[in-house]
Design a protein around this ligand. Structure first.
Ligand SMILES: Cc1cc2nc3c(=O)[nH]c(=O)nc-3n(C[C@H](O)[C@H](O)[C@H](O)COP(=O)(O)OP(=O)(O)OC[C@H]3O[C@@H](n4cnc5c(N)ncnc54)[C@H](O)[C@@H]3O)c2cc1C
Length: 806
């Protein structure tokens, strides 16, 4: 066994084998995989191993396409061919129009990744799958490349190729502990000896938290028991003359695929069970949980109705095994929060289908620092401090129970709520607030017109449309107040703080006390990594503000770049303060009524910051705006938040102050041309492509990503972020929708909503540069219809900024 290597991957299931193989593909051959038993002896050996192309966003679709292409190539390897039923096709069923709308959106989104799904009616479903009845069925989504693979052969094939490229695999080598050294390198202690390495990867499957504990980390991953059974041969299948397509049913919560000449039927029962919460027997190897078909009778009934032939089929094997879930259903693939040189590929609930792609994106991150797609949707840092075991269990159960029921826009499921609140949450609830969740924070979405107001879940504009419109109108004409909790806030101090930020941010960073600026952080490839508001407070303190979910992500990035001996300290204030936003032409009057300071335009112009009292509550006030109106961000410590809120509410009465929520903010920022981190600001694009030229200063000193950005500039943009008006009134253009020129995909929508102040349906989209000129006519595939769209100037509302400056 080697005693020194570059990377040690812990775990020999699909996650570990795929990572090892892809590390060699990215050019690193001095890499090792250690497995406590045999390869695939965790969950992988008994997987139903369906391989679908379906995903909820373009990153997921892209990584699944990678799996499919790779598996096809492996299956055709003349020296070691593996069993892969490629392109049997699969149907996701639907019994509501709303589901069909969702499928139409997913088809539009996947088209941008070169994947052609088809939305088909019930009769066509039955034509393609002759065993199903069309009772109560409306139709479904057809995935032409759906199939299944032999999981053990797949892992052996990946390990074999990795070995051929120089990697080594040590079986029967349990990792017992991990030691991290001062230089961030690791020693992996195993029962067979120590291996020193630069980087460790946790691919421990359901033992994720045993491996996590070895580095002092609790991952938000939970195992659920999951069952399927295999039937005896079925005559109709033997006679069909073709393989049956796969089925996934959100109506009765099962999946079904052909296995030999019978069927494999898997269940997502409502009375589901977590597994291994209080520890896992070390001898649980190549093992299963006891069968429990009683738990799935409700699901079985639905499956029998859909496929009556099942009732006559004998069951010959039941499989019940642990399957891992996370808080939002997507896995954790990337850097482990708060750790250096430590990565994970865990929480895979569809690891056979996705594993090829996840290993690919992880290997790219390890070797190059970033993957070809933006990986935020699978980034382990997307959850922060609230992501504990109990919450993970509740969300895992909820997700399991809704396995095939995708989230609709504005849908926020109830399990584990409220997670993170402020003293204002119950006050706002009593005012009639509906809440969205942002990284676990309960954030006001809008004020409900009646207590029983529940808009329909839909991809179209819902019943809240006019409610949002009224909130926006009040902000435009008078003044509105909202709470923005969870906003990420670091205090950066030390004599080196400004020089440090100059290096981190690609633009001019203001150093003047009392001033605020917006800055963008690039990675080493010159692509957009982050966005931060920099506010200079007295006493050489800098407040770094960024999106609510970015706390762990930004902290890791900033900490990793403090140089040895540099006098820079970073302290998170994220959970200590909350922002009250006052927006609208009367906001200065309200502020002046509650605070003795001079808030005139001369004394406190746009982009100023100062400490002040709001009534009796100490606050940091910034004159910044995300709405396009005169606005103030009032940062208040949580213990005096209610006092500040009361003072503002009372003073606001004379000026028509009303509450507003996150949905009003979303529409207003689109009208104003402002961007959202991880919707419009992605690692796939550089700041020039994203329309942020004014925030880049190539003639300042060195900054991270400068060299790479200069090289990219020489080549010109690959895509350009454009603002479009959308020629329909029934639905917004959702993120992911394809922008078309004729029948050619020329772009992808990142955000879309109705602009209530300008009375237009708006969208942002990355489009080919030749289609980005103002006036260009295109179409957007919105829920299956090609809707006319025209490129306009970004920020159509108040282009002179007169309202913001007040
Ligand atoms: C019944 C069932 C059906 C499924 N059907 C599908 C499906 O149809 N399609 C699909 O895509 N997915 C399916 N899945 C999910 C899929 O099987 C898993 O996502 C996948 O197998 C997880 O792979 P993994 O490598 O993350 O974990 P595992 O396969 O569990 O591998 C982890 C490995 O780490 C090793 N390990 C742990 N601790 C240590 C240590 N200390 N030292 C060394 N090694 C260690 C373990 O021995 C194990 O081999 C199914 C799961 C179940 C239970």
């Amino acid at each position: 066994m080697k005693t020194q290597t570059k990377v040690v991957v812990i775990g020999g299931g699909i996650a570990g084998c795929s990572t090892l193989y892809h590390l060699t593909q990215e050019g690193w051959s001095d890499v090792v995989l250690v497995e406590r038993n045999e390869l695939t002896s965790g969950t992988t050996w008994h997987s139903a191993a369906q391989v679908t192309n379906f995903g909820m966003n373009q990153t997921m679709v892209g990584l699944k396409s990678h799996s499919i292409n790779l598996y096809k190539e492996l299956s055709e390897d003349p020296e070691y061919p593996i069993n892969y039923h490629h392109a049997d096709g699969g149907i996701r069923l639907a019994n509501t129009e709303a589901q069909m709308e969702g499928y139409r959106h997913f088809a539009s989104m996947a088209r941008g990744m070169g994947v052609e799904f088809e939305v088909i009616d019930a009769a066509e479903c039955a034509r393609r799958h002759p065993l199903i009845s069309t009772d109560g069925l409306i139709g479904g989504l057809w995935d032409p490349l759906d199939g299944d693979i032999d999981p053990a052969q797949l892992c052996q094939s990946l390990a074999r190729r990795a070995r051929m490229a120089g990697a080594e695999v040590y079986r029967h080598t349990p990792v017992t502990s991990l030691t991290q050294h001062r230089d961030d390198s690791w020693t992996v202690h195993t029962e067979k000896g120590d291996i020193n390495c630069e980087i460790v990867v946790n691919a421990g499957g359901y033992r994720v938290n045993e491996v996590g504990a070895m580095m002092g980390v609790q991952h938000p991953v939970m195992s659920m028991e999951h069952q399927y059974f295999l039937t005896e041969p079925i005559k109709a299948i033997e006679d069909a003359g073709h393989r049956m397509p796969l089925l996934r049913c959100p109506i009765s919560d099962y999946y079904c695929r052909q296995e030999k000449n019978g069927l494999l039927l898997g269940f997502y029962e409502q009375s589901c069970k977590t597994w291994g919460m209080d520890g896992i027997d070390p001898k649980f190897v190549n093992a299963l949980c006891p069968d429990d078909l009683d738990r799935v009778t409700d699901v079985l009934e639905g499956a029998f109705k859909r496929m009556p032939t099942l009732m006559e089929a004998g069951i010959h094997t039941v499989v019940n095994g642990p399957i891992t879930y996370t808080i939002d259903g997507a896995p954790l693939v990337g850097q482990i929060p708060g750790k250096r040189n430590a990565f994970c590929i865990i929480g895979l609930r569809a690891g056979l289908g996705e594993g090829g792609g996840h290993g690919w994106l992880l290997a790219q991150q390890i070797v190059h620092g970033e993957a070809c797609y933006d990986t935020w949707c699978i980034d382990p840092r997307r959850f922060t401090g609230h992501a504990n075991v109990e919450l993970t269990a509740l969300k895992a159960i909820e997700d399991y129970q809704n396995e095939f029921r995708f989230h609709f826009p504005h849908e926020h499921r109830p399990a584990g709520r409220p997670m993170k609140t402020t003293p204002l949450t119950p006050i706002l609830a009593a005012e009639g607030a509906e809440f969205t969740t942002v990284n676990g924070w309960e954030r006001m979405d809008y004020i409900k017109p009646t207590p029983d107001f529940h808009p329909t879940l839909s991809y179209k504009f819902d019943e809240a449309f006019d409610v949002i419109g009224a909130e926006v109108a009040n902000i435009r004409d008078h003044v509105g107040l909202t709470e923005v909790n969870g906003f990420n806030r670091f205090e950066i101090s030390g004599s080196g703080a400004h020089n440090f930020l100059d290096r981190m941010i690609c633009g001019q960073v203001t150093r003047k006390t009392g001033r605020v600026g917006l800055g963008y952080l690039l990675n080493h490839l010159g692509m957009l990594k982050g966005e931060a508001t920099i506010a200079n407070l007295p006493d050489e303190r800098i407040w770094y503000g960024s999106a609510a979910a970015s706390e762990f992500h930004d902290m890791d990035w900033l900490q990793a770049h403090i140089q040895v001996g540099e006098d820079v300290q970073i302290r998170s204030l994220t959970n200590e303060h909350t922002i009250l936003v006052l927006a609208g032409p009367k906001s200065r009057d309200v502020l002046s009524a509650v605070s003795r300071a001079d808030w005139s335009i001369e004394a406190f112009p746009w982009l100023s910051v100062r400490q002040a009292f709001i009534g009796i509550a100490p606050a940091v006030v910034m004159s910044v705006s995300f709405s396009g109106e005169l606005a103030y961000e009032i940062h208040v410590p949580n213990n005096q938040l209610y006092a500040a809120y009361l003072a503002l509410r009372q003073a606001g009465e004379a000026h028509g102050l009303k509450l507003f929520g996150a949905r009003a903010v979303e529409t207003m920022r689109l009208e104003k041309g402002y961007l959202h981190w991880k919707a419009d600001i992605l690692t796939e694009f550089d700041p020039f492509e994203t329309g942020l030229k004014r925030f880049v200063k190539m003639d300042k000193g060195d900054f991270i990503g400068k060299t790479a950005l200069a090289a990219r500039m020489a080549n010109g943009p690959t895509k350009q972020l454009a603002t479009l008006t959308v020629g329909c009134t029934h639905a917004p253009a959702h993120g992911g929708a394809s922008v078309m020129l004729g029948d050619r995909v020329v772009g992808t929508v990142t955000s879309g909503d109705w602009g209530h102040r300008i009375g237009k349906n708006l969208a942002y989209a990355f489009v080919l540069p030749e289609q980005a000129a103002v006036g260009t006519d295109l179409t957007i595939d919105i829920l299956g219809d090609l809707v006319p769209a025209t490129v306009i100037e970004t920020g159509p509302y108040d282009p002179s900024y007169g309202r913001v400056r007040g």
